[in-house]
Design a protein around this ligand. Structure first.
Ligand code: HEC
Length: 135
């Protein structure tokens, strides 16, 4: 008996939390799909180290199917958020650019500073897409 009262209270608590998180004033964030403007420093790194494979002109079909910077803004906000997360994950693991590519172009390997910079931008950009206020 006591247990079911506790469970009832828990359910009410969860309901209140849910309602306040999804309040219609949008303060808790609503997905917005603004056109992504790549900051200069980010764009430059992507151009040097990623564009050979991840653009429409690339012959690497597998790569551009997964991620194509030329058609980036055709993605939905949710897709962008997913890809942004993958970008930071892949470069942090050191899996992108691919090992084979780096054996030809070792100077296109991202430096720790570049990885930090891209991942910081990934966070900010995902935040914007999720409707978080800036500052
Ligand atoms: C030599 C070509 C090449 C370069 C350069 C390259 N990639 Fe890739 N990338 C690939 C291929 C091929 C795949 C698909 C791998 C697969 O399906 O197993 C891929 C997949 C990805 C994915 C998707 C992973 C997934 O599982 O869906 C991301 C994100 C990515 N690359 C990011 C980058 C970033 C960021 C850069 C630059 C820093 C980069 N790549 C540079 C070839 C490349």
């Amino acid at each position: 008996m006591k247990r079911s009262i506790l469970l009832g209270l828990l359910a009410i608590g969860l309901l209140i939390a849910y309602v306040s998180l999804t309040s219609p004033d949008g303060s808790a964030g609503s997905i917005t799909n603004e056109e992504t403007v790549f900051p200069e420093n980010v764009a430059q790194v992507l151009q040097v180290s990623c564009y050979d494979c991840h653009t429409t002109a690339s012959k690497n079909t597998k790569a551009k199917e997964k991620l194509n910077f030329d058609t980036w803004n055709d993605l939905t906000a949710v897709q962008k958020i997913g890809k942004l997360d993958e970008i930071c994950t892949e470069i942090t693991k050191g899996s992108m650019p691919t090992e084979k590519y780096l054996s030809y172009y070792p100077d296109r390997k991202l430096t720790p500073d570049q990885i930090k910079m891209i991942c910081k931008w990934v966070d900010e950009e995902s935040g914007k897409l999720m409707g978080e206020k800036e500052e």
